[in-house]
Ligand binder design. Structure first.
Ligand code: ADP
Length: 353
């Protein structure tokens, strides 16, 4: 295995706060590596250290076997690109936002134009070049931000929760673009996420991080097999385990405990673990007739305002985490303890492994 980046016993302090504590990690070249962990666990700090934006307080970092030290950080910074969770686009056109870094690197207008066109296609924003970047929706701005990073073609790409709080369409487009880059190029991608679907769909290896410490690292398949560990691991939401029986319709009914049964579009019997993405769950105040095979009544136990979206924890026998737009939240007059129904399709239930 050839190694793109290595952290050797890295600790990072911000004043009194230990953001990372003795982390040792190898990131293989040309693969997608996910970092999964609760808010404040140190994911962004780890990415910033890999991006040579932050220096470790203790320990060593190697990029391509080269020790990162004062004096060469600026040079190494050019080999990496980090896309932050909060997009910071310039007040200029989409084209200028993407082409700026390319021109700085000495590309001709012709070369820059071609790269901009290619990356805009990748994030499904063809023809958006002349639009003022700041006027786009949040999801579109995040896609421009990713396109800008992709255009640079650096060998290490660091993505900090690139789909957090985005609309579903933009989230899927970003996931598809990451997958395409991973397939078509030799770029090493390190992706911080809360989203188990992305871990499963995109990454070869995954590291679990909590309180600044590395809890586990391994092949995605091996880590996902241990669903109990993931479920215990805060913020990996909507994981359910139980015994599954295949129905005559060709789906499976899973008894997940607490008198709850979940129907999944899979033909698997026996012990199984499944998860549902928060954005795949529909919330309503009354029981609606729909194609969703899973409908449960519950009440709102927690409300987290994330700006354009709101994340709710619903107690319905088991707990569900649901993400809806702020607008729906307001229009539905929801509050703590409001009675609600959660609904999701059997096809939205994904098996782990
Ligand atoms: P995550 O990305 O997993 O949410 P972070 O790496 O952002 O976690 O943060 C890890 C810890 O370090 C948190 O306690 C956070 O408050 C703290 N932290 C991060 N950046 C700074 C900073 N610039 N100054 C002080 N504390 C910080």
């Amino acid at each position: 295995m050839s190694v793109m980046a290595e952290l050797d016993n890295v600790t990072k302090m911000y004043g009194e706060i230990t953001a990372l504590h003795g982390v040792s990690l190898e990131i293989p070249k040309g693969e997608v590596f996910t970092l999964i962990g609760p808010n404040g666990s140190g994911k962004t700090t780890l990415l910033k250290i890999l991006a040579c934006i932050e220096k470790p307080t203790k320990g060593k970092v190697y990029l391509n076997k080269e020790l990162v030290k004062e004096g060469i950080m600026a040079k190494l910074r050019l080999k990496t690109t980090m896309v932050f969770q909060k997009t910071a686009l310039f007040n200029a056109t989409v084209y200028k936002n993407i082409a700026y870094g390319l021109k700085l690197r000495g590309l001709s207008n012709k070369e820059a134009n071609e790269r901009v066109r290619n990356v805009l296609r990748l994030v499904r924003l063809e023809g958006y070049g002349k639009r003022p970047a700041k006027k786009l929706s949040g999801g579109e701005q995040q896609r421009v931000s990713l396109a800008r990073a992709l255009a640079l073609g650096t060998e290490l790409l660091l993505l900090d929760e690139p789909t957090a709080n985005l609309d579903q369409r933009s989230g899927s487009i970003i996931e598809a673009a990451i997958s395409q880059i991973a397939q078509d190029t030799n770029t090493t991608i390190v992706l911080a996420t809360h989203n188990l679907f992305q871990v499963k769909a995109l990454s070869e290896k995954v590291a679990l991080i909590n309180n600044g410490k590395l809890v586990d690292v391994g092949k995605t398949r091996e880590i996902l097999d241990d669903s109990k560990k993931l479920a215990d691991f805060a913020r990996v939401e909507n994981i359910f385990s139980g015994i599954s029986h295949v129905t005559k319709d060709g789906t499976s009914i899973i008894n997940v405990g607490d008198h709850m049964q979940i129907e999944a579009a899979t033909r698997r019997s026996g012990k199984i673990s499944v998860f549902v993405r928060p954005e795949d769950i529909i919330l309503s105040k009354t029981k609606i007739v729909s194609s969703a095979r899973n409908v449960f009544e519950g009440e709102i136990a927690e409300i987290l305002d994330l700006g354009p979206t709101v994340r709710l924890r619903i107690r319905a026998g088991k707990q569900f985490v649901v993400q809806i737009t702020k607008r729906s939240f307001i229009e539905m007059h929801l509050n703590l303890s409001s009675k609600v129904f959660v609904a999701f399709k059997a096809s939205s239930v994904q098996t782990i492994d």
